[in-house]
Design a protein around this ligand. Structure first.
Ligand code: G6Q
Length: 559
């Protein structure tokens, strides 16, 4: 029998009991007790090696987690996604980002329609367009080649493309530059416009809906700026393209639909980098590298679809996350890439994970009786070590972490990368082992400290340890391994959402603030304008609106 709520599964109660025992155990002791532990709790797929042995898990725990996954029909859920079932139930949409990176003919259908010809048709258009830009046959209105791209988009239409473009820096085509503008703060667009030449710039307006306030505001301002540089209306066709599902709005904006690249409502925003939303990646790194990214993700998809749950890396990462979240009460998870080019991965995963699984209502409309998505945060190592790792090592909350690294760097300069890797290995070891009071006392007395000093210092210098970590290793960060890494996390998120019984593919939580901002916009004055006192809101919001209006009314130069 399939349970809608995971806590109805008998495995849930068994895991609760196991967690009581586990909390008395040390991860380090589990290694002492089992010489095979490191090989037993590790796996390989699509060029990624995942070592999850430094989590507080045992065979019993894993067996019950797998029973839990089976009890809530995880395999059926996965098959339903691939079969194009409308698993995004609140928006009645299929969820088929996997199809975007597959080449299998006739496998994916939406409402009975084979979607592979649509996907491949758009990929061909995308490749042709990249070729025309790269060979210089598509030029700007003054005949110059377009060397600079400004991608205007936000959320899913920004975070994936910017993260991948940065991560693939070693694959960038020389002489090309891509900027990403997302924030409605005019400073974001202004700093980009200040550094570009309109004659050699292509603006890519990336918006699934083509109605998003921030993107449309930036797009209109970019168009005005372009026209102010002396270009005419007809020149827009040579400098603006759109990535969207909304042809009518694209045309209304003034972009020829011949310059529009399409995707579909069964591609969620935060899962869309594999679609034409990946255009800036392809323009900056070449279409072939974009295709390699898709191929790497497809390899992880195959693994996810066919591997037994016990060997299935996305499933295992999801289950360990559920163990940490629901049974060990760990509410934050750090993503720590030891690769500077992955510096936007934590931000990307914040959206992918928190927008997908930050929910408290089940698919059937009932409130969840269990915790769901944790807080996700992170920074590249080793920078984070000199910032927030303190709290992970010695804070009052236990935080789980993923450590991610390539064994070979694209920049093997001197011993930089060996130093980076030494830290990648040392931190999880330190987090697991900690340092006991006895060790600290012995070290301090060996260094000649007085008894009084030792008494003062020792409590501050001990580390509790037993902090769970997972290592994700690849030989080198290539388009393929990056694609596989992203797909690994996407499927992990899917599995967790399915097990928690929530819809990972809607995002109603972002709506309320949008509506309220729309109301408040009309109450905020222009510079120098006098506005009536605001009375529509709570007294705090009213007073803040009045104070802002007062400050904006006074346009004398400020320091
Ligand atoms: C992602 C979300 C959200 C979305 C942005 C941009 O899953 O839906 O981040 O991507 O709001 O939306 P548009 O692409 O429609 O402008």
């Amino acid at each position: 029998m399939i349970h809608a709520s995971p806590d109805r599964s008998p495995a849930w109660a068994a895991l609760k009991a196991l967690a009581e025992d586990a909390q008395k155990q040390r991860i380090a002791s589990l290694f002492d007790a089992d010489a095979e532990r490191a090989t037993k709790y590790a796996g390989n797929a699509a060029g990624l090696f995942v070592d999850y042995s430094k989590n507080l898990i045992t065979d019993d725990v894993l067996d019950n987690l797998i029973s839990l996954a089976r009890d809530v029909g995880l395999e059926q859920g996965r098959d339903d996604m691939v079969a194009g079932e409308k698993i995004n139930s609140t928006e009645t949409r299929a969820v088929l980002h996997v199809a975007l990176r597959d080449t299998a003919q006739g496998k994916y259908h939406v409402d009975g329609e084979d979607i592979m010809p649509l996907i491949q048709g758009e990929l061909v258009r995308m490749r042709d367009f990249c070729d025309r830009i790269h060979t210089g046959s598509f030029t700007g209105h003054t005949g110059k080649p377009l060397k600079t791209v400004v991608n205007i988009g936000i959320g899913g239409s920004d975070l994936g493309p910017v993260m991948v473009t940065e991560a693939l820096a070693p694959y960038h085509i020389e002489g090309r530059k891509t900027h990403f503008v997302s924030n409605v703060d005019g400073a974001h667009l202004a700093s980009t416009l200040a550094s570009i030449d309109p004659e050699t710039t292509l603006f890519v307006i990336a918006s699934k809906t083509f109605t998003t306030q921030e993107t449309m505001t930036n797009a209109h301002s970019a168009r005005d700026w372009f026209l102010d540089t002396g270009a005419g209306q007809a020149d827009i066709a040579k400098h603006f393209i759109a990535l969207s599902t909304n042809a009518a709005a694209v045309s209304k904006f003034g972009i020829d639909t011949a310059n529009m690249f399409r995707f579909w409502d069964w591609v969620g925003g935060r899962y869309s980098l594999w679609s034409v939303i990946g255009m800036p990646i392809a323009l900056q790194t070449g279409f072939d590298n974009f295709a390699r990214l898709l191929a790497g993700a497809a390899q992880m998809d195959r693994h996810f679809e066919i591997a037994d749950l016990r060997d299935n890396l996305p499933v295992l990462l999801a289950l360990i996350g559920i163990w940490n979240r629901n049974f060990l009460d760990i509410s934050a998870h750090a993503v720590l890439p030891y690769d500077q080019s992955l510096h936007r991965l934590p931000a990307y995963l914040q959206q992918a994970d928190m927008e997908s699984n930050g929910k408290s209502v089940m698919r059937d409309g009932m409130a969840t009786s269990h915790a769901t998505g944790p807080v996700i945060f992170g920074e590249p190592g080793t920078n984070g070590q000199h910032a927030f790792y303190q709290l992970i090592h010695q804070g009052t909350d236990i935080i789980s972490s993923d450590f991610i690294a390539p064994a070979i760097s694209h920049h093997e300069r001197g011993d930089h990368h060996r130093k980076l890797l030494a830290n990648f290995l040392a931190q999880p070891e330190a987090l697991m082992l900690g340092k006991s009071l006895e060790q600290v006392v012995a070290e301090l007395s060996a260094s000649g400290r007085s008894d009084a000093e030792i008494e003062n210092l020792a409590p501050h210098r001990k580390f509790p340890g037993n902090r769970p970590t997972t290592a994700i290793l690849m030989q080198k960060l290539t388009p393929e391994t990056l694609g596989a890494l992203i797909a690994l996390y996407e499927h992990k998120i899917f599995c967790q959402g399915h097990i928690w019984g929530i819809n990972s593919f809607d995002q109603w939580g972002v709506e309320l603030g949008k509506v309220l901002a729309g109301n408040i916009l009309t109450e905020l004055g222009d510079l120098g304008e006098t506005k009536p006192a605001c009375t529509q809101h709570d007294s705090s919001t009213n007073a803040l609106v009045d104070r802002i209006n007062q400050m904006r009314k006074d346009t004398r130069p400020q320091d």
